[in-house]
Design a protein. Structure first.
Length: 318
């Protein structure tokens, strides 16, 4: 069992995609709850780790892409003194990096890291959030199952306020919050055909009387092209903390098995997730009101009527 000082310095090393990071937040949150005055930093991708930077979880974020990191993946390398000193300054390092040959871990110890927890970044049997929290048992922490939460700050929420004010004229039902849709994903095999999203959007607008806010990024160019004739208000390529604040103000979210769907669930809004070949048992978004519709091995096997029925029930509060 590892023991730490009362106000420890803790480093969490977390690469991976948006969804991986969000499903690690319960573990990071357990550390913050146990040591509220700890100096907790994250070594990761700044674009993603910004969700935690100064937003409850982390006091600072450092980029994992620093050139000096490369030597830590080389056996018996001459380690960068500054980076070695940085690692050694922490009372605990929790690493989620893939390190099958123990090269990175060995170099961390060579740098002077005294307490190192290694966590597998690839869950295969239990839900990812449970899997990512399992190493904390070594600290006598057994976090209760909980959904990830994000905490947009005042600046993020001020952006969302301005964002919706600028779009106000584009919404028909201004007294109601819009429905956010993300028709893309990081993997093509997880994407429902965009023309079927178009049919769902038409139903939401014409039959359910809902306004739509389209969410997307650089990887969603095809869906953006197909849906362009609908002339929807959109939030494209927003920084993740700002997007979280925008999603907070939406009535409901629908998307695929993607990092943005995890973000919507962590923002606390009702979330519909369309799953295809990936496992919902491991990767279902966690939130206060999440519903999953599964398509099986092929996303195009999922019918429009099935998705509309799920949305209809969610809109009615079921």
């Amino acid at each position: 069992m590892l023991s730490l000082p009362d106000n420890p310095r803790i480093l969490v090393i977390r690469g991976g995609a948006i969804g991986d990071f969000i499903l690690t937040l319960p573990a990071i949150g357990a550390l913050r709850q146990r040591w509220p005055s700890a100096r907790l930093e994250i070594l990761g991708y700044p674009r993603i780790a910004a969700l935690a930077d100064g937003r409850y979880y982390a006091d600072a974020v450092r980029s994992i892409d620093a050139a000096a990191m490369a030597r830590f993946f080389t056996p018996e390398a001459d380690l960068d003194p500054s980076l070695a000193g940085y690692f050694a300054s922490f009372d605990l390092v929790l690493s989620y990096l893939y390190d099958p040959d123990d090269i990175f871990s060995t170099n961390l110890r060579r740098a002077g890291v005294r307490r190192l927890l290694r966590a597998s970044a690839k869950p295969d049997r239990e839900h990812a959030a449970t899997h990512f929290a399992r190493p904390l048992v070594e600290l006598d922490l057994r976090p209760e199952p909980q959904h990830p939460r994000v905490f947009p700050n005042d600046t993020d929420r001020a952006f969302a306020e301005s964002f919706f004010s600028e779009l106000a004229s584009r919404f028909t039902h201004r007294a109601l919050r819009p429905i956010a849709l993300h028709p893309g994903s990081g993997g093509e095999h997880k994407v429902w055909p965009a023309h079927r999203w178009a049919a769902v959007i038409q139903w939401l607008r014409q039959q359910a009387g809902c306004d739509i806010l389209l969410i997307g990024g650089e990887a969603d160019a095809e869906a953006r092209r197909v849906l362009a004739p609908l002339d929807l208000p959109a939030a494209w390529n927003l920084p993740l903390p700002q997007l979280a604040a925008v999603l907070e103000r939406c009535a409901l979210f629908a998307g695929h098995d993607s990092g943005i769907t995890h973000l919507a669930a962590a923002a606390g809004i009702p979330t519909l997730a369309l799953f295809g070949p990936t496992s919902p048992d491991i990767w279902t978004p966690l939130g206060p009101r999440v519903r999953v519709v599964t398509a099986g091995d092929a996303m195009d096997a999922l019918g429009v009527e099935t998705v509309i029925a799920a949305l209809q029930e969610m809109l009615s509060g079921k």
